[in-house]
Design a protein. Structure first.
Length: 735
């Protein structure tokens, strides 16, 4: 029986479900058919709204689950949505299809991709795989790798595809450029097609191509998915918007989009905030609901966030509110250096832990990964455990990538990137010369490395030892490929580990350091068995898709008792009792590189600043109760020399009544303490830096007479030349 022909078991109404929703949430949940746009501010309960709208459709309006499609951006968000819906449905009923855009497109292409020439065993290439292909392509085209950097070319390719562009030559002509990029692009796409592979952007682009070319399939999907719901809609790009138009045709399809333009922070990877702001232009009958009640943060946090974000002129007007009370003042700390900033972070974390807030519920956020070094050093010195989200992910570890490459070959032997990775791992006598011979053979026959290796193994002129190794390897790959159609992935993984003596290889290669790598292999085996237990579709393709579409945020589970360190981008969708946002300085947060200043038009620079404001808004609204903002008067980044830095303009936007200020001067004197709540204002008299000697790069040494409070504290200093000057605190250092 097909899913869309399933019978619907009538269910009793959700028990007291309306009492769990406020008036605006209830309006969004119960809105009738037709387009709906929900502006859901940070912490306003949008996941609950999406979950209950799905349940309302199924249990109160008798919509078949198979006629509902829910799309979002991360495995973590999709899993949470799935679990919430499943928990409120009878065990025998299959929940609706709820997943990420990329997972949905991969699923569709596995089933129907052959209509446009895509094999159902295609591999999904991530960033490392793309760069490996581009490096090879650039070499074959006899181009200078220094001038045509594979990583830079990949970034441009991705941007081109995210925009939905199809004619690369036309794009080059529009830019007034030579056709070198077009040649690389064509060769790259040809190589992927030969290897039976798609990159992340291809998953979306090829799905759009499929639906545009196959009208019967497009119409069938539009009839099947009567209700389409999209979470984090502000993060959609042009191709994703086109996909939604094909699945839920304007102007009156039942497309419900939920998002927040104030949290659109992925412009750099193609997200278009206009998709949510202009939704009613494409769907003029759309009903609009605004969720402005915040259930997460105290009022001081929300007011600080609003003070910064309201400066964006193009945002949809709204303001979050809460009944949780004002909460503690926001701590603003001006450090003397990044090392001092790190020490402050460690002191604060320890004090909050002593006040009953576990380390796992504390986060330190930064604009770029390079900021973490000084913070890590300070935490280590203080004996405080920490965990970096967005560092080396589990599936990026060498031994895991090796085994995953074997699994990819088991499903798709034409995957050249995977073949090249495992060809001599563990060592089997197939070094650089063997790879060169295989590559030449593949080039002559326009075939995959696997097929070329099979041909070489059968030739009498191939050295006996090499032929034997190639025969053994290709025979194993053929056997695993045949088994992948009926054996569970865990069985194939076990066979790969045993046949390759992979554990012995790790022990021989790494000696005493092999233990954590062996444990990683054990963890991979456990994860694949867990996957098979949880998933109805526990195929090799499904497992490999889960790995390929894995993101940084999927790795954070909050179970480890350690402070969480991450970039603001990685923190999207998470929340913590305490958040410290570091590096609030000009050119760092808001971030502005030299390239931005020199190459972007004024309008583009404005858009970059708007996005930085949204990023700050996301950062501070991760905090439930405690929020600290830090800046450093001097910082060394990327191995350069330390230089003076001006405090971020965002600090100027925050009303002084919301903050409690501290600085390196107070902590040098050992007088400052962590605020314990209550009214915001200046520190106690015994915390005054009056009498402290400081020095200024231009005016020399001086003695602090008094302090003038504000978001940018000013020190009134009498210098040795007898003159008294008023200096922003960040521009002096201890004498």
């Amino acid at each position: 029986m097909r899913d869309d022909d399933e019978k619907v078991t009538l269910q009793p109404p959700l028990p007291d479900w309306t009492s769990e929703l406020n008036a605006e949430q209830r309006e969004a949940v119960t809105w009738a058919d037709g387009p709906l746009v929900v502006f859901a501010g940070a912490g306003s309960g949008k996941t609950r709204v999406i979950t209950y709208r799905i349940l309302h459709l199924i249990r109160e309006r008798s919509v078949r689950p198979a006629r509902i499609l829910g799309l979002t951006f991360t495995n973590k968000a999709a899993g949470e949505m799935r679990e919430r819906v499943k928990a409120r449905m009878p065990a025998h009923e299959r929940p609706p299809l709820l997943g990420t855009f990329h997972a949905f497109c991969a699923r569709l292409l596995r089933i129907h991709g052959q209509l446009i020439g895509i094999p159902n065993t295609f591999s999904i290439y991530g960033e490392r795989d793309q760069i490996a292909v581009l490096r090879s392509v650039i070499g074959e085209l006899n181009l200078d790798a220094a001038r045509f950097n594979p990583k830079a070319i990949r970034g441009r390719l991705d941007a081109f595809k995210r925009e939905g562009a199809k004619d690369v030559e036309e794009e080059g002509r529009a830019r007034g450029e030579e056709d070198v990029f077009a040649r690389i692009h064509r060769a790259y796409d040809d190589r992927l097609a030969r290897q039976g592979a798609l990159d992340f952007n291809d998953l979306l682009l090829k799905t759009v191509d499929l639906l545009e070319q196959e009208k019967s399939l497009r119409d069938g999907l539009a009839r099947r998915y009567v209700h389409v719901l999209v979470d984090e809609f502000q993060d959609t790009n042009r191709v994703q918007m086109r996909l939604l138009e094909l699945l839920a045709p304007p102007p009156d399809a039942s497309l419900c989009v939920v998002g927040d333009d104030d949290q659109s922070i992925y412009r750099w990877r193609g997200a278009n905030v206009r998709n949510i702001l202009d939704f009613t232009r494409l769907y003029p009958a759309a009903h609009t609901v605004k969720l402005e009640r915040n259930y997460r943060s105290v009022a001081n946090v929300l007011e600080a966030a609003h003070a910064v974000i309201e400066k964006n002129p193009t945002r949809a007007p709204k303001k979050l509110w809460t009944d949780r009370g004002a909460g503690d003042p926001i701590s603003v700390y001006v450090a003397s250096s990044e090392a001092d900033e790190g020490r402050y972070v460690a002191r604060r974390a320890g004090r909050l832990r002593d006040r009953g807030i576990p380390l796992a519920r504390q986060a330190v956020l930064y604009r770029i990964h390079a900021q973490s070094r000084a913070i890590e050093e300070a935490l280590r010195s203080a004996g405080l455990p920490y965990r970096i989200v967005g560092g080396t992910r589990f599936f990026d570890r060498a031994e895991i990538r090796d085994l995953v490459a074997y699994l990819r070959l088991a499903r798709n032997p034409s995957d050249d990137v995977a073949f090249q990775r495992v060809m001599n791992t563990p060592p089997r006598g197939l070094g650089a010369r063997a790879l060169e011979a295989i590559s030449e053979e593949a080039g002559r026959g326009s075939s995959s490395l696997f097929e070329a290796a099979r041909r070489l193994a059968a030739r009498s002129e191939t050295p006996r030892r090499r032929a034997s190794a190639l025969e053994a390897l290709t025979a194993s790959i053929r056997a695993w490929h045949a088994a992948s159609t009926h054996e569970p992935p865990s069985g194939i993984l076990t066979d790969i580990i045993e046949k390759t003596s992979f554990r012995d290889h790790l022990e021989k290669t790494h000696g005493r350091e092999a233990e954590p790598r062996l444990l990683n292999v054990q963890e991979l085996e456990a994860s694949i068995r867990e996957f098979e237990t949880e998933q109805t579709d526990a195929s090799m393709e499904a497992f490999l898709e889960r790995i390929a579409l894995h993101s940084d945020v999927d790795e954070h589970d909050g179970q480890e008792d350690a402070i969480v360190l991450m970039t603001v981008h990685s923190a999207k969708g998470l929340e913590f009792d305490s958040v410290t946002v570091t590096g609030l300085e000009e050119d760092l947060f808001p971030y502005q590189s030299r390239a931005m200043r020199e190459t972007l038009a004024p309008r583009e620079q404005d858009e970059e600043l708007y996005e930085e404001r949204r990023l700050f808004y996301v950062a501070v609204t991760r905090a439930r109760t405690h929020l600290a903002l830090t800046s450093s008067r001097k910082r060394r980044l990327f191995g350069g020399s330390a230089r003076y830095r001006a405090p971020s303009i965002f600090l100027d936007d925050i009303p002084g009544r919301l903050v409690h200020e501290e600085s390196w001067i107070q902590h040098r004197a050992g007088t400052a303490g962590e605020p314990t709540g209550g009214k915001a204002g200046p520190p106690p008299v015994d915390g005054s830096p009056a009498g402290t000697w400081v020095k200024h790069a231009r005016f020399g040494k001086g003695r602090v007479l008094r302090v003038e409070e504000g978001v940018r504290r000013k020190l009134v200093i009498r210098f040795e030349d007898g003159r008294t000057r008023k200096i922003i605190e960040g521009f002096v250092e201890p004498a």
